[in-house]
Design a protein around this ligand. Structure first.
Ligand SMILES: Nc1ncnc2c1ncn2[C@@H]1O[C@H](COP(=O)(O)OP(=O)(O)O)[C@@H](O)[C@H]1O
Ligand SMILES: [Mg+2]
Length: 320
């Protein structure tokens, strides 16, 4: 499904991947629908990748549950006690064919305009910067690192969250403190690192490396009610700005670089677990960051296979 079409619901936004609707009579919630759209080099491709939206949704649900003891999150439904689409509001039930398996009801919140990136390995834009200046997001690193090398410690390396059409810009962590004050900035960094460390440990246990990932956070005005806190021992991240919660998608191949542990060879780029075939094909065809591109069926199939393999390895489950 490339685009959802739910005319009786109000579409608030269409992101690169997600369609976001309001829910009649429930102003504090959003319907969050993961389409099968694929973006590469920040451009959306013509093809949909079958099952991608369902795989991403199921993977986010897995991680929300696994990480709930670190920080509360925006997920309301599906929940462990109400796992089925039947529990969704009546107004969305009529779109079951489109929405089932790829939708979440989430708590609407004020989005923090920072992409909370954590890097455990030096690659991508971090590696490009290091080659030029020996720094990553302005943070000085030891000399002599090679591409894809494990960093001495995972680094919090935020970027701005650009408006649609613009590119995110890597920033130094101190910039977050300038934007949101030291207390909230410190909390974002602490939580992002804790989430990365927990996720990276799980990834290792299933033969994957979590090279880096991006989290998004939001603020709720009031401290979470007991229903918001998935686990009673989950620490509440209350700050003067409100309560910090984890939002968006979590630890999917779209927001993270997963590598296969058994294929890992530092000193060069690694195969990524998602869009490797797409990026390779776009570069080979000279269509990098060009609009309106249609991928060959073979590239679509292989890409779906990568998303599915990532989902199955991380969760140990299979998606119908
Ligand atoms: N709980 C939430 N409340 C409000 N906005 C949210 C929430 N969770 C995620 N978002 C926003 O919804 C959008 C998700 O759609 P997506 O297709 O991923 O967009 P993008 O193209 O910006 O990555 C993001 O802009 C994200 O910041
Ligand atoms: Mg996104």
């Amino acid at each position: 499904m490339n685009e959802s079409n739910c005319p009786d619901l109000t579409l608030i936004a269409r992101g690169k991947v997600r369609d976001i609707y309001s829910i009649p009579g429930e102003d504090d919630k959003l319907l969050f629908v993961a389409s099968d759209r694929l973006s590469a080099f920040d451009v959306i491709l013509e093809n949909a990748i079958p099952s991608k939206g369902k795989l991403l949704t199921s993977l986010s649900l897995f991680w929300f549950s696994k990480l709930a003891s670190i920080i509360p999150n925006h997920l309301i439904l599906p929940s462990p006690t109400q796992p089925n689409f039947d529990a969704f509001p009546e107004s969305v039930q009529k779109y079951k064919d489109q929405l089932e398996g790829r939708s979440m009801i989430v708590r609407k919140c004020e989005v923090i305009k920072v992409e909370a990136i954590v890097r455990g390995y030096i690659t991508g834009s971090g590696w490009n910067e290091y080659k030029k200046s020996g720094t990553v997001h302005g943070i000085q690193l030891p000399e002599g690192l090679v591409e894809s090398q494990k960093l001495p410690e995972p680094l919090f390396t935020p970027s701005t969250k650009a408006d649609q059409g613009d590119h995110d810009e890597n920033i130094h962590p101190s910039k977050v403190a300038e934007m949101y004050g030291p207390q909230l900035a410190g909390e974002i960094e602490r939580v992002a690192l804790a989430l990365y460390n927990a996720a990276a440990a799980h990834a290792t246990s299933v033969g994957l490396i979590l090279a880096d990932t991006k989290f998004e956070f939001g603020l709720l005005p009031a401290p979470p009610s007991p229903a918001t806190t998935p686990s009673s021992d989950a620490p509440s991240s209350a700050t003067p700005h409100g309560t910090l919660i984890l939002i968006d998608e979590v630890l999917t191949p779209d927001s993270s670089r997963y590598w296969s542990l058994d294929k890992y060879v530092p000193g060069g780029p690694q195969e990524s677990f998602d869009k490797q075939f797409v990026r390779d094909w776009l570069i080979a065809e000279g269509k990098k960051a060009v609009g309106g591109v249609k991928l060959p069926e073979e590239v679509v199939e292989k890409t779906e296979g990568r998303y599915r393999e990532c989902y199955e390895r991380v969760t140990g489950a299979k998606l119908a």
